[in-house]
Design a protein around this ligand. Structure first.
Ligand code: API
Length: 275
């Protein structure tokens, strides 16, 4: 039997597994079955917590989308990871050093129950997103057989493109998200953000996620949208991001500097399952 914990960050939900005290492996097919909301547990991503690879870290963790693919980074997942290892007594510190396949991060459990994450330095170099373009631009033209889209492109460890829309509530997230998430210029696929700028300190955002479709919230998507908005000189350096599942606060001082995200992480239930 495998012990697991169901958690969410603003409705972006996770199956979290302690791979430190349990010896577990999940095949892509097993992940897809577990992610199924009718025949399985149901989640957007699976987080597998492991011992650190590096003496100056506390843990490593792997992130898998509902489609079974492993990915580099997950913002809401990082906050839930921090709450999980603390709740399970795997650590008794409030400041946690962790690595994912995209690199090292520092997480801080706040006294008010929120978690603050140093999400690292956003990357605009196209080859590192990865995105096919000659040089970094504030906006790019993405052509599809049906229409051409103006977007920003950036990596938070995982790839994001962000379109500005007048009203997130009426944006065609499903159709455009499906069109762009596998666009040929993003060789590893891409998370597609739909950003409505309310004012220079406030945006509304919906995200069609690579490997999971639209989610109620996307932490790296919120970081990507704010970074692109700041680079396009539409936003100031502290921004409230309202997603369908709730609010995140993002702080970024600009190119070359780390970006900070603060938000909640909720425990839902503990369970066990026989694979
Ligand atoms: N779908 C994303 C991974 C999860 C990101 C999201 N849940 C977050 O909170 O950042 C990707 O394929 O890169």
């Amino acid at each position: 039997m495998i012990q697991f914990t169901k958690m969410h960050g603003l409705g972006n939900d996770f199956m979290v597994v302690d791979g430190v005290t349990q010896n577990v492996f999940f095949s892509p097919d097993q992940i897809r079955r577990l992610a199924d909301r009718n025949f399985g547990i149901g989640f957007d991503q699976l987080l597998l917590v492991e011992p650190p690879y590096d003496p100056d870290l506390d843990f490593h963790y792997q992130i898998f989308n509902a489609d079974g693919g492993e990915v580099e980074q997950c913002g809401n997942g990082a906050r839930c990871f921090a709450r999980f290892v603390r709740n399970k007594g795997l650590i008794n510190k409030y400041k946690i050093r962790v690595s994912t396949s995209s690199g090292k991060m520092t997480l801080r459990l706040e006294r008010d129950g929120n978690v603050t994450v140093n999400m690292g330095v956003p990357v605009t170099e196209p080859g590192k997103i990865p995105f096919r373009a000659k040089r970094p631009e504030k906006t790019y033209l993405l052509q599809t057989p049906k229409q051409t889209f103006l977007c920003g492109a950036i990596s938070m460890g995982n790839p994001h493109c962000v379109l500005e829309v007048d009203n997130v509530d009426t944006a065609d997230v499903e159709e455009i998200g499906q069109m762009l998430t596998k666009h040929e210029r993003f060789p590893k696929g891409v998370n597609v953000g739909f950003m409505q700028v309310v004012d220079r300190g406030h945006i509304k955002l919906r995200v069609y996620e690579r490997g999971a479709a639209e989610t109620l919230a996307c932490g790296t998507g919120a970081c990507a949208a704010v970074a692109i908005g700041i680079l396009q000189n539409k936003l100031d350096r502290q921004v409230k991001v309202d997603l369908p599942g709730g609010r995140l606060t993002i702080n970024w001082e600009g190119e070359g500097k780390p970006l900070w995200m603060t938000g909640p992480a909720e425990h839902v239930f503990d369970g066990q399952i026989q694979l």
